[in-house]
Design a protein around this ligand. Structure first.
Ligand SMILES: [Mg+2]
Length: 423
């Protein structure tokens, strides 16, 4: 039995969707919400009964589509670029018996989603169908029991879609469900790898002039050249502009120390991922000798439990993650709150695709301890699949979505016209 009757109001109608009473004597109303039943109890009075009904997931589908014409782009010379010029993306559709559908995107310009799409339908659909989509924690715990690597992307997409359902069901944006802290945040521009030093300097200046408050360099990953790039950018933007370096796990310890001392001297704001992402020992040593804040923990693709040694060993000044590779909003929220208890920021990494970035933005709106929204450049490699993507305003700020759920309008026409398969 999935119904509980708990309100019996005579003479007035209680509209649970609005949270107040309506006078409705003598008027017969049809149900104004799926959990409200109206009817005549006797000849004089309207009897209202609210029925608490459990929503159920009835189906899980994925629409696979192709994203074409992606310009070749790299964020480190150590990993292949998006040189194939096309990728596959997945639209996750979690369907409920209340007509509410939760969505998420899988895939990015650099990582096709095809395998993840198949896994969602073949392995995770049976786990989800029949469940109450509001039981996010139970579902997340079940999915996370053996999770790491690419399964974290799948868990992340399912979790984002469940939050989307919860928001649509409540008529609230996700950040309100989480408990909003703010409705806007500053953005920083995060570069791709350029061939020439001057390109970094020119791009940094252009974002400074556009009103953005910070610029982050993704260098090629060669210590001597990376230092020259940092020097050129600092010279171009002046001493007061905020600049960060993300070395994408490129150096051994001696090079990490050399580059760290250089950017420390240049007054950079943070120094991100200089060493291999699992080199806890190296990060501890580096943090002991550098005064510039160190940022680690963006990788690997694992959940909240993987952060504790980094805190315990004092190996990083920030925790880091995003909904795509850390297991969704539920996971990131746990980690952000853990970081807060240690007075650390949880700086949210870009999400790899447009709808993940919307989810990230909801998360940032709901926590105090994240300073920035990351905008990975260029737009042609990062923005795809929404009618209106997140835009930075003239003051360098991004703003929260206020519509129910994720609140972003998916470009279903584009997806349909580039569709490869319905799974
Ligand atoms: Mg990074």
């Amino acid at each position: 039995m999935d119904c509980v009757f708990w309100v019996k109001e005579v003479g007035r109608e209680f509209d649970r969707t609005r949270g107040h009473f309506y006078s409705a004597v003598g008027e017969r109303r049809s149900s104004c919400a799926s959990n409200l039943v109206a009817g005549w109890g006797n000849s004089r009075c309207l009897i209202l009964v609210l029925r608490e009904r459990t929503m159920k997931i009835t189906d899980v589908k994925v629409t696979v589509w192709e994203w074409k014409d992606i310009p070749p782009t790299r964020y480190t010379l150590r990993v292949k670029s998006s040189g194939s010029r096309k990728t596959t993306m997945g639209l996750v559709r979690i369907i409920t018996d209340e007509g509410i559908e939760g969505n998420a995107f899988l895939g990015s310009a650099m990582a096709p989603a095809a395998d993840d799409c198949k896994l969602i339908v073949e392995r995770y659909k049976t786990l989800l169908v029949g469940q109450d989509p509001m039981d996010r924690e139970k579902i997340w715990q079940t999915m996370s029991a053996w999770a790491m690597g690419n399964t974290m992307r799948i868990i992340g997409a399912i979790d984002v879609a469940l939050w989307d359902i919860a928001g649509k069901h409540a008529g609230l944006p996700i950040h309100k469900l989480m408990g909003s802290y703010r409705d806007s945040a500053p953005a920083y521009a995060s570069s791709a790898v350029f061939e020439h030093i001057e390109e970094y300097a020119e791009e940094a200046v252009s974002f400074k002039e556009a009103g953005w408050s910070a610029y982050k360099i993704h260098p090629p990953g060669t210590a001597a050249l990376d230092i020259k790039i940092c020097e050129a950018v600092r010279k171009a933007v002046g001493d007061d502009y905020r600049v960060m370096l993300d070395s994408t796990w490129s150096y051994d310890y001696p090079d990490a120390l050399r580059v760290g001392r250089a950017v420390e001297g240049l007054g950079f704001y943070w120094y991100e991922d200089p060493l291999h992402f699992d080199d806890l020992y190296g990060y501890v040593k580096l943090k002991q000798v550098l005064s510039i804040p160190l940022m680690a923990t963006e990788m690997p693709s694992r959940g909240p439990f993987s952060y504790s040694p980094w805190i315990m060993e004092r190996a990083t000044d920030y925790l880091r993650g995003d909904v795509a590779i850390k297991g969704g909003l539920t996971s990131c929220l746990k980690t952000a709150h853990t970081a807060e208890t240690f007075q650390m920021n949880y700086e949210v990494h870009h999400g790899g695709n447009s709808l993940n970035n919307v989810a990230n933005l909801h998360l940032i709106m709901a926590i105090r301890n994240c300073e920035y929204f990351e905008v990975l450049l260029p737009d042609s490699v990062q923005k795809h699949g929404l009618v209106q993507d997140i835009e930075v305003d003239k003051n360098g700020m991004v703003h929260a979505h206020q519509e129910p759920g994720l609140g972003a309008q998916i470009d279903f026409e584009l997806i349909e016209s580039n569709k490869v398969a319905d799974l």
